[in-house]
Ligand binder design. Structure first.
Ligand SMILES: O=P(O)(O)OC[C@H]1O[C@@H](O)[C@@H](O)[C@@H](O)[C@@H]1O
Length: 376
């Protein structure tokens, strides 16, 4: 039915990406001279406003430009190779894996190897592999996966937070590791990554997911339980939708069924959406109570791709749910300079906050829009 194909939204998304965001982030967001990508652009001038570089952003921008390269956007492939070059030449740690933080010149700052960021390295390698088929990228991914299992795995299940291993343990790095594993499954890897994906979904089922409510908890103790004074009972609606999308991907890539997906989607809708503003809440409790109404852009991009996946799973579902999520995301993009965005919304403090525009969110926006099947 034409009415449900979201042609209007797809048109807006493609136009925003191709005419505004990608040209701007290509000209202002890549440090061709000193390597890597800039961490944030100024909301008004559109030039770099950060004094650091981060592995997280380098890897996420590799995803953005890989998607753009598949759509033949000029210089996108070069941007991907530029990012990969930074990871291999500047970020490699002598004892294995990759460092997280750098100064503007690309010199390492500190010694941290962060599990969340390393999951994104695996993800970025898959993205670059999908456009180059370079076997070196697959070898690097397999050796990083071996580092995960030999060095980062936690004796009580899952993975430590990094080296050094911070507390509390979180579902978040595991979620992104599942995303990375599925990206490699999508590239045709048949042994290491399908097994890792199954292992992570088991972990999800046994620890992160709360079967009584349909919620997903964020923080855990050493045994991935929830006891101890430091373990906050927090649920992030953005992550609920992110898991809906990921578990849908897991089902279609592995053929396994995930019976509790509907429960998560229902919990997210029942408690995660602020009916007054039309945005998601930043954080809620296990009982659905409001913890924090302040919210970032990225949860809305995850909301959009979850709704788009949901509509494909349930063709009879109300298409307005997809439009509602699109509208929420779109409102973050309505800045004076198209291609930039407001990152923070605070309903108690004047709505959108006019701060620096973090590069880390472009990955979410592209992912959200791709959920609508743009560029296909
Ligand atoms: O490092 P920044 O830019 O804050 O991004 C980090 C944030 O990214 C998002 O994708 C989510 O995974 C959040 O849970 C995370 O806190």
């Amino acid at each position: 039915m034409q009415h449900d194909t979201f042609g209007h939204e797809i048109g807006l998304a493609e136009q925003w990406l191709e005419k505004s965001a990608l040209p701007l982030w290509q000209s202002q967001g890549i440090d061709w001279e000193k390597g890597g990508f800039f961490d944030a652009l100024d909301l008004v001038t559109g030039v770099n406003s950060a004094n650091r570089k981060r592995l997280r952003v380098i890897t996420r921008q590799i995803y953005v430009f890989s998607q753009a390269a598949k759509h033949n956007i000029p210089q996108a492939r070069e941007a991907v190779l530029h990012g990969i070059d930074f990871i291999f030449s500047r970020a490699r740690h002598p004892q294995g894996a990759f460092l997280s933080n750098f100064d503007l010149d690309g010199n390492a700052v500190g010694d941290q190897r962060d599990t969340y960021d390393l999951a994104f390295v695996l993800f970025a390698l898959a993205q670059a592999y999908s456009i180059t088929q370079d076997p070196k990228l697959a070898q690097e991914a397999l050796s990083l996966a071996a580092f995960f299992s030999k060095v980062l795995s936690h004796p009580r299940g899952g993975f430590v937070e990094g080296i050094p291993a911070e507390k509390p343990r979180r579902q978040n790095p595991h979620m992104h590791l599942l995303e990375a594993s599925l990206a490699w499954v999508g590239c045709g890897e048949k042994t290491v990554f399908p097994a890792l994906a199954h292992n992570l979904v088991d972990l999800f089922k046994n620890h992160f997911f709360d079967p009584e409510t349909g919620a997903i908890l964020e923080y855990f103790d050493d045994s991935l339980g929830r006891s101890g004074p430091d373990i906050r009972e927090a649920v992030e609606p953005g992550h609920l939708f992110e898991w809906v999308w990921l578990l849908d991907q897991y089902e279609s890539l592995t053929g396994q069924t995930v019976p509790y997906l509907d429960q998560i989607y229902d919990f997210a809708h029942r408690h995660g959406v602020d009916r007054k503003s039309g945005f998601l809440f930043g954080e809620i409790g296990l009982d659905g109570s409001l913890h924090d109404a302040k919210v970032r852009l990225w949860p809305h991009a995850e909301w959009l791709r979850a709704e788009a996946a949901w509509k494909r799973r349930h063709p009879e579902a109300d298409p307005d749910r997809v439009r509602q999520a699109f509208t929420a995301l779109w409102r973050f993009l309505e800045t004076e300079r198209s291609g930039l965005w407001f990152e923070h919304y605070d309903p108690e403090n004047g709505g959108f906050q006019k701060g620096p525009v973090p590069a880390s969110s472009l990955y979410h926006i592209v992912g959200g829009f791709k959920g609508l099947k743009i560029w296909e």
